[in-house]
Design a protein around this ligand. Structure first.
Ligand code: PMP
Length: 402
């Protein structure tokens, strides 16, 4: 019955990870997947998370009952307040929020909900964007045509802001969706400046575009949760735009496998919020019934306790600080080697990734040196550490000169 099926391509990132795992070389470096690694190249359970896990384990009142369909109340409220910065009562009454299967599930739920409710003709996504955005919209919003707006300027390894704005100005139509990365753009590591964000918000207003924010790195990028939420909060503060946000807690709490996330919709009235939320809950019921409880409990516990929250903010600084240190170290090594090219963008880019500007040919040559990054040239900076950064730089120097 299934012989007619064509084999689907595997995910390139997970494919590379298994290639890396099988590589028997003594020296090897994995700069592929977007997960945080500590200075020893190991996964890092945040100390605050570890502490709260113990408290939860010892709490006799803890059980494994179903959550409500919209998720754990304490988590959903904390997630909303973290993102929108303790919104006013009026704004709170216009925000509908529910817990999702991490950021991926939030994007999926949002795509499906908007496909049905707004029936947009197109969604504009950055060129390039997180690869899964395409797949999620393909399956969850099949009627919505995906269009790309210019984002990355390969010549300067920076933002092609004028290209982005002119394409949207000329081609986007009222009612189109626009997907925006709230901070730490994946895969480029390049974010608009505050002034540019204001111009993007102006454009959304003027052209009646509907913003769909993907916030997967709040606090992880700059180390400051408010700074990383600036763009979302700016759009909301204008009071002229309705929008949605998919929120992930994978990176900022290191809870990748627990699948902790939320979806938020900001509407113009409480009535619209209630109606939208009823549709989202209806979808949720059919898709997953109830979201998972464990990770949400951890996040709620931390965000609702002032002293634990301060400790978690320190954990965030450790992660973002180490990544910044590694950016500077790689840049420094390349400078010492006088590697041809300008590598300043490695330190200027933000968050988990660097779009290195290395060509596919150079990336493939690096694999022969047992260094793994995506063929697009995207490198996950947290795969670097004090032990391997000089060797990685040396290998980059070699392939650039070949
Ligand atoms: N959006 C973006 C831009 C991402 O980079 C990621 C993680 N790679 C996600 C969403 C979703 O991650 P998760 O499902 O683990 O929350």
């Amino acid at each position: 019955l299934f012989n007619h099926l064509e084999t689907m391509p595997g995910d390139p990132i997970f494919g590379l990870m298994s290639q890396y795992a099988k590589d028997p070389a003594e020296f090897k470096a994995s700069l592929t997947i977007g997960v945080y690694r500590d200075e020893d190249g190991k996964p890092w359970v945040l100390p605050t998370v570890k502490k709260v896990e113990k408290m939860i384990a010892e709490d006799v009142a803890t059980n494994h009952e179903y959550l409500p369909m919209e998720g754990l109340g304490a988590f959903v409220e904390s997630a909303r307040d973290l993102l929108f910065g303790n919104p006013s009562p009026d704004l709170t009454s216009r925000i509908g929020s529910l817990q999702t299967i991490s950021g991926t599930g939030a994007v999926h739920l949002g795509a499906r909900f908007l496909n049905d409710s707004l029936q947009p003709k197109r969604i504009w996504v950055s060129d390039p964007t997180w690869g899964n955005h395409h797949a999620i919209f393909d399956i969850a919003a099949p009627d919505v045509e995906q269009k790309m707006y210019p984002y990355y300027d390969a010549a300067t390894c920076s933002l092609n802001f004028s290209g982005m704005m002119s394409t949207l100005e000329e081609q986007a139509q009222p009612g189109d969706l626009i997907l925006l990365h709230a901070c730490a753009h994946n895969p480029t590591g390049i974010d608009p400046t505050k002034d540019q964000w204001k111009q993007i918000a102006d454009l959304c207003e003027r052209k009646h575009l509907f913003p769909f924010f993907d916030s997967a790195y709040q606090g992880f990028a700059s180390g400051d949760v408010d700074e990383d939420a600036w763009a979302v909060r700016h759009f909301v503060s204008r009071n002229t735009l309705e929008l949605v946000v998919a929120q992930s807690f994978s990176k900022n709490f290191g809870l990748y496998g627990q699948r902790v996330g939320a979806f938020h919709i900001v509407t113009s009235s409480q009535e619209a919020r209630d109606k939208a939320l009823s549709h989202l809950i209806y979808l949720q019921r059919a898709e997953i019934s109830n979201p998972p409880v464990y990770g949400a409990r951890i996040v709620a516990f931390i965000l609702q306790n002032a002293s634990l929250r301060r400790e978690w903010e320190q954990d965030l600084l450790i992660m973002s600080g180490r990544i910044k240190t590694m950016r500077a170290a790689l840049f420094g090594e390349l400078q010492n080697l006088n590697t041809p090219g300008n590598w300043q963008h490695i330190v200027d880019q933000n968050g988990m990734f660097s779009y290195t500007g290395l060509s596919e040919k150079q990336v493939l040559a690096l694999r022969k040196e047992h260094i793994y990054l995506l063929t697009s040239g995207r490198a996950s900076i947290s795969g670097l550490n004090g032990e391997n950064v000089a060797l990685v730089a040396k290998a980059i120097d070699k392939v650039v000169r070949e």
